[in-house]
Design a protein around this ligand. Structure first.
Ligand code: MLT
Length: 409
């Protein structure tokens, strides 16, 4: 008999959002009339904006004519999208990226899950805690996380973020090879200033570490001077890879398009001690394992950067941020302690009454018919916290707040 990758057996239960979906389905089957409000997984509810739809229609039409039909696209993205990204997300903020430093993909989840293929088998990984589970699980599958003991991976370096430290992660207290950072943060909805991010860049430079910076929620930043990209921090080009996505920026969770930036300066060491470009390794990996994002989707993504596209997506984001404001204010008025939700679509609240995160999940589902995400699903420091998303409709969000108010906790 052949052997499997035993690391998969070390993973606890199922993927967080699959487990929540399972529990909600079970509840819905037992209570078929329950009108459940979903504030759990960060999935958008508003349709794609007209500029995006028009571009996609046009591109679909092109695919039906011999003269304009396209087969395999470039492995790293069409010129029109790569250049729109370079201009719209970077040059406009004073950051110059070379054409071949941008890699278009089908999702930031895939990118942050796949990038670990480039690390050595024994690389030491640091994650903020709580953390988007993909960084942890993808490294656990490769054997870098060690064993899962008492709700923790014994080979991971956790950087706890909590109310006590204002959700600003401490620097690693031992050598690590890779640090994953996500800002605006999933799950806590908090942000870092340039001054708070700079020590990570400096630490990575001094210690020869790599930063994987997940900026999937950058479009939600409204506070002035909060960096939208890690490359706004001096020196970051030498140590950081950045992932961004159209999922939350423009409602592409089901449409699938994202990109990763790998500056030429980012290098790791091979076994013989030679410096090797991560950009070159990723090119090799993508050309081998990926055939690009479909043409109509790339046209749709490029339309996000047109003036109409920008105006339209900003309206959508403002609506989600209005939901976030309503959740924050309503929960605060009800006596909850809440964090985040200002520059992010996530609100992170303290679970009341000494309940565990999963107990609060069950209570909200059973008594309010509301689905949220238990903080402990994001890591040990998430215990005692709970995440709600602002991605539902205004009406449902309002109803959800009224239902929680009736709980009289
Ligand atoms: C979340 O709810 O944390 C996100 O939707 C997950 C994702 O973007 O994959």
């Amino acid at each position: 008999m052949f052997h499997i990758n035993d690391n998969f057996q070390k993973l606890p239960g199922s993927y967080l959002f699959a487990e929540i979906a399972r529990r909600v389905k079970e509840y819905q089957q037992a209570h078929p009339d329950a009108d459940i409000i979903r504030l759990g997984i960060g999935d958008v509810t508003k349709p794609l904006v007209p500029a995006v739809i028009d571009a996609m229609h046009k591109a679909v039409e092109e695919m039906g004519h011999e003269e304009t039909f396209r087969g395999y696209g470039p492995d790293f993205g069409y010129d029109f999208l790569v250049n729109a990204i370079r201009e719209g997300d970077y040059a406009s903020r004073g950051i110059n990226l070379a054409y071949d430093e941008v890699f278009v993909s089908d999702g930031a989840k895939c990118d942050v899950g796949n990038i670990q293929e480039l690390f050595s088998d024994d690389a030491v990984i640091a994650v903020t805690d709580p953390v988007y589970p993909v960084y942890v699980d993808s490294n656990a599958m490769a054997g870098r996380a060690g064993d899962y003991v008492n709700d923790k991976w014994d080979r991971l370096v956790y950087l706890p973020c909590n109310a006590e430290n204002g959700f600003v992660p401490p620097l690693p207290d031992r050598p690590v090879d890779v640090i994953y950072l996500c800002y605006p943060n999933n799950p806590s909805g908090t942000v870092l200033t340039k001054e708070q991010l700079k020590p990570f860049v400096d630490w990575a430079k001094e210690n020869g570490a790599l930063i994987i910076y997940d900026a999937a929620y950058r479009a939600f930043i409204t506070t002035p001077d909060i960096p939208l990209s890690i490359y706004e921090v001096e020196g970051a080009r030498e140590v950081a890879i950045e992932c961004c996505s159209f999922s939350k920026t423009a409602g592409f969770t089901g449409t699938r398009c994202a990109y990763m930036v790998i500056p030429h300066e980012v290098c790791g060491l091979d076994a013989a001690g030679n410096r090797v470009s991560m950009n070159a390794l990723w090119k090799r990996r993508m050309a081998t394992k990926f055939n690009g994002v479909c043409y109509p989707v790339q046209r749709a993504a490029a339309a996000v950067y047109t003036p109409e596209g920008q105006r339209q997506i900003k309206e959508v984001i403002a609506a989600y941020l209005e939901n976030a404001r309503m959740i924050r204010e309503s929960l605060t008025a009800q006596g909850f302690t809440v964090f985040g939700g200002v520059d992010a679509p996530y609100i992170w609240l303290k679970v009341p009454g000494g309940m565990t995160s999963w107990e609060f999940f069950d209570l909200l589902l059973d008594k309010c018919r509301i689905v949220g995400t238990p903080g402990s699903g994001f890591g040990p420091s998430g215990e005692g916290y709970f995440r709600l998303t602002a991605f539902n409709t205004l009406e449902k969000t309002r109803q959800a707040m009224a239902r929680i108010g009736n709980l009289k906790l």
